[in-house]
Design a binder for this molecule. Structure first.
Ligand code: PEP
Ligand code: MG
Length: 298
């Protein structure tokens, strides 16, 4: 019999009958681009743009946005890049626009704030439409609660696309996906068929499920102990996305933790996105999972 390739080299499915688990990276700053080898990732699963434009003047500067997106797309050499629109509110502030504070965690945060400040959303949308020409860019909307919010952002992108095209500026409309990080959204994913893809934000989903702030050490144990509830919901999210035939990935911190990752693979997720510092460990774990799946299937 021909020699069997070493398990690490085999592109064995990482879970029963599934495809290889894609590994992407989360970017918080442009400096993060130097913290990993683009050849070793499948793409960028999350760009947290709210950390990249720290004053209203910067956040309202279309050229500034475009320069940042061009840099990221160029660094990734043709690999897909999912850029999240400004997720302001909560702990992420912008003077005069998003003052932050605990109350805003349940208030005007993420896409809610973007729809309340359309000038901010339009500037970012125009830069993203222009960046779409440079490579496989997709756009993630943060804190989506209702399908209407996605519809409103689709309309905003269509309007800005028309406006730029009339000026003769090259544009390509990027597919819009949503963060799944509000419990009601996770429970009703079937209503979000308009989304091109889903990305599960377990950091927020967990804190909203357990009613325990993600950054408060006094209630950290409540978040940890709510994993049972989280994973029941994630099983549901994975199944709902499959029924819709839409890609779903997980970009919350849990994807970079060994037990979390194993459970996500078991739930049928085929893509995760982690902080650059966790890439090596996650890669190693995925190789191991793939090797075990390869052995059990033969
Ligand atoms: C999350 O909520 O899990 C997420 C990935 O987004 P952020 O941590 O930026 O809120
Ligand atoms: Mg979040």
């Amino acid at each position: 019999a021909p020699a069997r390739p070493a398990p690490a080299e085999r592109q064995a499915p990482a879970s029963g009958g599934g495809a290889r688990v894609k590994l992407c990276v989360n970017l918080n700053t442009l400096a993060d681009l130097d913290a990993f080898d683009p050849e070793r990732v499948d793409g960028v699963g999350l760009v947290r743009t709210e950390f990249m434009f720290l004053s209203p003047a910067e956040a309202l500067n279309e050229e500034r946005h475009f320069a940042v997106y061009r840099r990221i797309v160029a660094s990734l050499g043709g690999r897909p890049v999912a850029i999240r629109m400004l997720d302001l509110g909560g702990d992420k502030t912008l003077p005069g626009i998003a003052e932050g504070g605990p109350a805003s965690l349940l208030g005007e945060r993420g896409v809610r704030l973007l729809l309340a400040h359309p000038e901010l959303a339009r500037v970012q949308a125009r830069a993203l439409l222009r960046a779409g020409v440079l490579g496989p860019v997709s756009v993630l909307l943060p804190m989506v609660t209702l399908p209407d919010e996605l519809t409103a952002m689709e309309r905003l992108f269509a309007e800005e696309e028309t406006r730029l095209a009339r000026l003769g500026i090259p544009v390509r409309r990027p597919p819009l996906g949503i963060m799944v990080e509000v419990p009601s959204t996770a429970l009703t994913l079937d209503l979000f068929g308009e989304a091109s893809f889903f990305s599960v934000g377990t950091n927020d989903l967990m804190q909203y499920l357990s009613a325990a702030a993600r950054d408060n050490p006094a209630v950290a144990h409540l978040n940890a102990r709510s994993e049972v509830a989280l994973f029941r919901l994630l099983d549901q999210v994975s199944a709902a996305a499959r029924l819709l035939g839409k890609p779903v990935s997980v970009c919350g911190d849990i994807a970079g933790q060994p037990r979390g990752l194993a459970r996500l693979v078991a739930a049928g997720f085929h893509e995760v996105s982690v902080t650059p510092g966790r890439l090596g460990a996650v890669q190693a774990q995925l190789r191991e999972v793939a090797a075990v799946a390869g052995l059990t299937e033969s």
